[in-house]
Design a protein around this ligand. Structure first.
Ligand SMILES: [Zn+2]
Length: 84
């Protein structure tokens, strides 16, 4: 389980997607633009957050000293229902 990445069991529920929203870095205590899983670019800590909530404040997690503390969305949570 210790591979440093977000984990999932069923590939049928996860898709790869290219979008500039995944490239943006967000400072601590700024609003999360989308619901999903965000990762600290400095230490790899992952969090789940809802759209519109504040990302964690600086030093709110055991961050690796000397690295940048910023959040990058790695998994987007799609709230729309799917009817197949
Ligand atoms: Zn960190």
């Amino acid at each position: 389980m210790e591979n440093g990445m977000a984990l999932y069991q069923s590939a049928q529920f996860i898709d790869t997607w290219t979008d500039p929203e995944f490239d943006k870095l967000h400072s601590p205590r700024t609003v999360a633009p989308h619901s999903g899983i965000y990762r600290c670019v400095g230490c790899g800590v992952e969090i789940a957050i809802s759209e519109g909530q504040l990302l964690p404040a600086i030093h709110a997690h055991p961050h690796r000293l000397g690295t940048r503390e910023a959040w990058q969305m790695v998994v987007y949570a799609d709230h729309r229902p799917k009817f197949t």
